[in-house]
Design a protein around this ligand. Structure first.
Ligand code: ADP
Ligand code: MG
Length: 558
């Protein structure tokens, strides 16, 4: 009919689909988890909508997820009676990928020759709805947005196009029907029409989903003949509300995958509970690798807010500071209104108290991590954590103790500031650092010579944020952080100073001449004791910007 439109997938979506259709990811079972996770999100949203807007005519009774198989037709359907999608939402959400990092992911995959690494990457990215095309050669979606009258039917074989059609009648919510590939199409395909397979996958990946996942199954009747019975496949227990010894490692991991959309295991799990005037439960995770969009301008934070088991919002910036944006998980606060807005949350005194507690707990966890885990953590997230030295003055001390920096002491092993201070030489009063784009450039710079000659250790800082935090923080443990590239570093003994003064007299004429000749390029020419092998070097004033910072500002057009 003329109500059917054929549309093209957005270019990036098409490429990602290609990967799915050609099955480069070996764990196909996860498609079901992705569908259930979407259904669960849709139910969360519907419940919230119905609680907040009492006038909206939506049916929020008996919210659930249903799985149905048809062995003869070889189809599997996952149905929810949640929020559903309008036609435009179907096109916008299913036909395109809004996720930041997609382009980068695709580029990396295109250039890569390492299949195992590709699996990892895809796993980290999380493929969502498109995972269905790993197991199905055609997918049909029927949906109706809660509160609207007409529905939308979407269908695609994952090739380049999909069809959308307006339909008069559709139940509230969404049902996704997979026309399954033949089982022998691929070694990794299980028979997804088999009840046992479905049961196992649901139990393994989706047991904690807070909504019932139902399936009609055969059970032996009294006379031996099978009868049909609807069973709930998951236990539905909100993991964060259980006590720690009731939850096993595997459950934490699965839950992490659900909230973080990450197929790898978390590095660390933090399960905490706040009692007293303001009750809350928090289940937070530290990922084992940085997401592709860690530095994206509108990068999101990974903490969801619930109020007494009701999902309120994703990406709750009121609960976690920007520099801990990689932390994933759930906070369930008991005494908040369901109507609460982001703006009000920011002002809420209790939420601010919870945020302080979460930050302390995360920083404490980082401090207590095993050396090996912490090394992984710092490699992935160190540059972000250092942003905390600019954003969070209340925790400067704790953050400084988390910092690891390369140093001239041991090229292979980053140092803590504490260890640097313990190694400081007699007579050394300041902590020296050099900033630059990379280690090699810094080590070859003439600025380091005098320090090397004296046997003074220098920290080698190569992250863009380093320039800024050392300036802001200024000192550690009462010792000034001093750039080797700035001002006159006082490395001289009294005797050396006298000698230098004599030399200055002796070379006064030359210095005046050079100063005149270079008047447009430098402020002053002076005799230095900091060089041992290079004849001359350019240094900044104590209050000048360091070269890296200057470059950074110039790049920003300032
Ligand atoms: P993600 O869940 O990470 O956003 P998906 O590819 O799984 O990515 O889904 C894309 C979007 O499509 C979802 O964010 C959601 O808005 C919409 N969507 C998918 N499934 C459903 C559903 N069952 N009900 C309502 N919306 C859905
Ligand atoms: Mg999803």
């Amino acid at each position: 009919s003329d109500r059917v439109e054929t549309l093209e997938f957005q270019a990036e979506a098409r490429q990602l689909l290609q990967l799915m259709v050609h099955s480069i990811y070996s764990n196909k079972d996860v498609f079901l988890r992705e569908l259930i996770s979407n259904a669960s999100d849709a139910l969360d949203k519907l419940r919230l909508t119905s609680l907040v807007d009492k006038d909206l005519s939506v049916d929020a009774s008996d919210l659930h997820i249903e799985i149905e198989v048809d062995r003869d037709a070889r189809t599997l359907t996952v149905r929810d009676n949640g929020i559903g999608m309008s036609r435009d939402e179907v096109v916008g959400l299913i036909g395109t990928i809004a996720k930041s990092g997609t382009a980068e992911l695709l580029r990396t995959l295109r250039e890569s020759k390492d299949a195992a690494a590709d699996q990892d990457l895809i796993g980290q990215f999380g493929v969502g709805f498109y995972a269905t095309f790993m197991v199905a050669d055609r997918v049909t979606l029927l949906t109706r947005r809660a509160g609207e009258t007409g529905g939308t039917r979407w269908e695609s074989s994952g090739e380049g196009t999909y069809s959308v059609e307006a339909v008069d009648e559709a139940p509230q919510g969404t049902s996704v029907t997979l026309h399954l590939k033949p089982v022998d199409a691929d070694d990794n395909l299980h028979d997804y029409t088999a009840e046992r397979t479905i049961r196992e996958i649901v139990k393994r990946y989706s047991d904690f989903i807070a909504w019932p996942i139902r399936m009609s199954v055969d059970v032996p009747g009294e006379d031996g003949a099978a009868t049909r019975e609807v069973q709930t496949l998951n236990s539905m227990k909100a993991l964060w509300a259980r006590s720690r010894d009731e939850v096993d490692e595997a459950e934490y991991k699965e839950f992490y995958r659900h909230v973080a959309h990450d197929w790898a295991d978390p590095l660390e799990t933090i399960h905490m509970r706040g009692e007293g005037t303001f009750e809350y439960e928090a289940l937070l995770f530290l990922p084992s690798h940085a997401p592709l969009d860690l530095f994206a301008p509108q990068g999101r934070r990974g903490v969801q807010l619930y109020v007494k088991r009701v999902f309120i919002m994703d990406d709750c910036e009121a609960l976690i500071p920007n520099y801990l944006r990689f932390v994933k998980g759930v906070v369930d606060a008991h005494d908040l209104s369901l109507n609460i807005s982001r703006e009000i949350l920011q002002q809420d005194r209790q939420i601010r108290a919870v945020r302080r507690r979460l930050v302390k707990k995360v920083l404490g966890t980082l401090k207590d991590m095993s050396a090996e885990s912490y090394r992984t953590f710092w490699t992935e997230f160190g540059p972000v954590v250092k942003e905390g030295l600019l954003e969070d003055p209340d925790n400067t001390e704790a953050l400084l103790d988390l910092v690891r920096a390369a140093s001239t002491h041991d090229p292979a092993e980053p140092t803590t500031l504490r260890a640097y201070v313990e190694r400081m030489k007699d007579g050394q009063t300041e902590i020296y650092y050099a900033t630059g784009e990379n280690r090699a450039t810094i080590e070859n710079s003439p600025h380091l010579e005098a320090f090397r000659a004296k046997g003074y250790e220098v920290l080698i800082l190569t992250d863009p944020v380093d320039e800024v935090w050392v300036e802001r923080v200024g000192a550690y443990d009462g010792r000034t952080l001093r750039s080797v590239a700035k001002g006159q570093v006082d490395l001289e003994t009294e005797e050396e100073k006298e000698k230098a003064e004599a030399e200055r007299q002796e070379y006064a004429d030359l210095l005046t001449f050079l100063g005149g000749a270079l008047t447009d390029s430098v402020k002053e020419v002076r005799l230095s004791t900091r060089l041992t092998t290079s004849p001359a070097c350019v240094v900044g004033d104590a209050h000048d910007m360091t070269p890296t910072l200057e470059k950074m500002y110039r790049a920003m057009g300032q």
